[in-house]
Design a protein around this ligand. Sequence first.
Ligand SMILES: NC(=O)c1ccc[n+]([C@@H]2O[C@H](COP(=O)([O-])OP(=O)(O)OC[C@H]3O[C@@H](n4cnc5c(N)ncnc54)[C@H](O)[C@@H]3O)[C@@H](O)[C@H]2O)c1
Length: 238
Amino acid sequence: MKNIVITGGSKGLGVEQVRRFLEEGCKVYVVANMRGDLDEVEGDVVYKETDLSNWSDTSWLDEIYADCGKIDGLVNNAGMHLKKAMWDVSPEEFELVFSINVKAMFAACGRYAELHKEQGGAIVNISSMGGLIGLKTAAAYVTAKTAVLGITRSMAVDAAEFGIRTNAVCPGFIDTDMTRAILAKDPARREKIEGRIPGGKFGTPRHIANAIHFLISDQAEHINGIALPVDNGYSIAS
Ligand SMILES: NC(=O)c1ccc[n+]([C@@H]2O[C@H](COP(=O)([O-])OP(=O)(O)OC[C@H]3O[C@@H](n4cnc5c(N)ncnc54)[C@H](O)[C@@H]3O)[C@@H](O)[C@H]2O)c1
């Protein structure tokens, strides 16, 4: 049985990742600041309440490692969006977006490597198509999700010698609470976006969970340092 840690695994994309790994018989540790939809999930799940905005504190990873002895896969999925242009972002907002989306991930990757130097493992960091292309009025988010790809490449080259692979997934427009909340303020935008997606449809949390599961699995044993768009072609369309 594999042990998987999913940050932000209590809602939206994360909770579907939990379901996906449970289907494979994994034990799943969820690290999040709320139980969210976890009560609807049945299986071997351990919930660890943590505020990742205290980004340098990686004791949650140590505690999980002490419990299971090897974390086969770490999914750094927790994140927050901020829909603002660059000039509207306050220093406090920028700090929060960076603490959760970037700094906590940076710290977790580093600690994971220290813990698994002898054992190897796999990490998937969740970026966004905002890590690949510009998105209007999402300056702090786009900056943060681009930094996620820097963390991923750095870990991929630095930790390869320990047998640790690190990859990123860049979800496109996916139907979750977060996307719905953003688009509820601007309903005409959803139609416009669908018109720009080559495949014409938003993705599902399952599409993202499948990609993450693949990259963590041994099937991806020769894949290290990539940023995989799962966006129905949005980021490569003109
Ligand atoms: N939903 C999309 O369409 C979409 C698209 C591209 C990228 N993403 C990325 O996918 C990831 C998940 O997005 P989602 O839509 O499922 O988000 P969500 O808002 O539905 O869930 C966020 C999760 O992160 C956790 N979290 C947030 N702040 C935290 C904190 N300070 N400490 C601990 N946990 C915290 C929450 O508890 C929750 O489990 C994010 O990194 C997001 O940027 C989402």
